[in-house]
Design a binder for this molecule. Structure first.
Ligand code: NAI
Length: 352
């Protein structure tokens, strides 16, 4: 039995992770869960937003299913944790959000986000089927910034050849493994000649070792425009951390919205699966969240641990429920709640 660390998260997190767990359990996958609480609740109970017991759980399982976690806007909010440094001595490290804390501390350097049309999920487009590879460890997104004075703020955009090449190798290897054909590298090297220039050079250098996979490059703003005009022409997108964050939501919008876009954070020996969406405070606790993105993140997790058969069964059950159009959540034009939608999938899985 493979163990998973389950982080319910905040807002709609507990509702959508409970849905994903119920579906995994009904699929017959050989997975066992241990729940770990992070954030404000953990801080109140233990004094730390990510207590050592959470890291211990993840070090044991090397596998995390995570609900979204809350981060306040603005101010100087930081997540502060005590962990051993490179020399083994305890040190304090701080990050702008819980999700970034886990991605950085666990060495999860790739954020993988498949985007595709699902049958009966309303969308303006058809034929969209692409994979986003987002660099997950550096760039402006890690929040290395400071107030210079009360009217001036600055942020550091750090790009390294090593991290750029690492995510590029993952992306090209993945495309080769799953039989995809082309990667488009997004950048703004015409203006950010050094940072994005280095990103472009490092990723294109890696591309040379993969003659079977086509590659091209687009300035990020033009890429966004092309994505909304002809998204079906893209196959793989390789993006820096901040552009990847923004373009992921744009692409979720191409196929039905944030309720349907799953994601995985992957490192060399550990992986964390979470939806693209956040805590959705406007609908939290109301049985209104679409758990599909979280369930599809669980499907990615099942494939990652070699439970492909259970993953296929869940995919089929989900498609069947969408196809019947009886239990559709509100964001997709239906009126079913989170629980009713989940139960419909569970019932499909239970049928022989
Ligand atoms: P959000 O993704 O939570 O919500 C944006 C809009 O999409 C809202 O109208 C929401 O109701 C809707 N939505 C999101 N997920 C949905 C679902 N499953 N079903 C139906 N509707 C859904 O983004 P927002 O409001 O910018 O962020 C809220 C909080 O979430 C912030 O504290 C933010 O930092 C956090 N967040 C956390 C992430 C993570 O832990 N990985 C990722 C993104 C945001």
């Amino acid at each position: 039995m493979r163990r998973v660390t389950l982080i319910p998260g905040d807002g709609i997190g507990p509702e959508v992770t409970a849905a994903a767990r119920a579906v995994i359990e009904a699929s017959g996958a050989q997975l066992d869960f241990e729940t770990a609480v992070i954030g404000q609740q953990a801080e109140q109970a233990t004094g730390s937003p990510v207590p050592p017991s959470v890291f211990e759980s993840i070090e044991r399982t090397k596998l995390v299913l995570k609900g979204p976690t809350y981060t306040p806007f603005g101010g100087n909010y930081r997540i502060r944790i005590q962990r051993p440094g490179a020399d083994g001595k305890m040190e304090e490290r701080s990050y702008p959000s819980l999700a970034i804390t886990l991605r950085k501390e666990l060495g999860l350097y790739v954020n993988l986000r498949p985007i595709k049309n699902y049958p009966n999920v309303p969308s303006r487009y058809t034929g969209v089927d692409l994979v986003i590879f987002r660099e997950n460890s550096e760039d402006l997104y890690v929040g290395n910034e400071r107030m210079v004075d009360v009217d001036t703020a600055e942020g550091i955009k750090l790009i390294t050849r090593g991290a750029s090449a690492r995510v590029a190798r993952f992306a090209f290897d993945y495309m080769k493994k799953v039989g995809r054909r082309k990667i488009t590298i997004g950048h703004k090297a015409n203006v950010m000649k050094m940072t994005d220039g280095l990103w472009l050079k490092a990723t294109q250098d890696v591309a040379k070792a993969y003659p079977d996979i086509e590659n091209d490059a687009r300035v990020i703003d033009a890429l966004c425009m092309e994505l909304v005009i002809k998204p079906e022409t893209f196959d793989g997108l390789l993006l820096t951390n901040l552009y990847g964050d923004i373009v992921s939501d744009l692409c979720a919008g191409l196929v039905g919205g944030l309720g349907v876009a799953p994601g995985a954070n992957i490192g060399d020996d550990c992986a964390m699966f979470e939806a693209v969406h956040g805590t959705a405070p406007d609908i939290a606790g109301k049985d209104l969240a679409n758990p599909m993105a979280m369930i599809l993140s669980a499907v990615l997790m099942l494939r990652y641990v070699g439970e492909g058969e259970a993953a296929d069964r869940i995919d089929a059950a989900l498609s069947a429920v969408l196809g019947e159009k009886r239990a559709i959540t509100r964001d997709l034009g239906g009126s079913a709640g989170t629980k009713a939608f989940t139960e419909a999938i569970v019932q499909k899985l239970k049928k022989p």
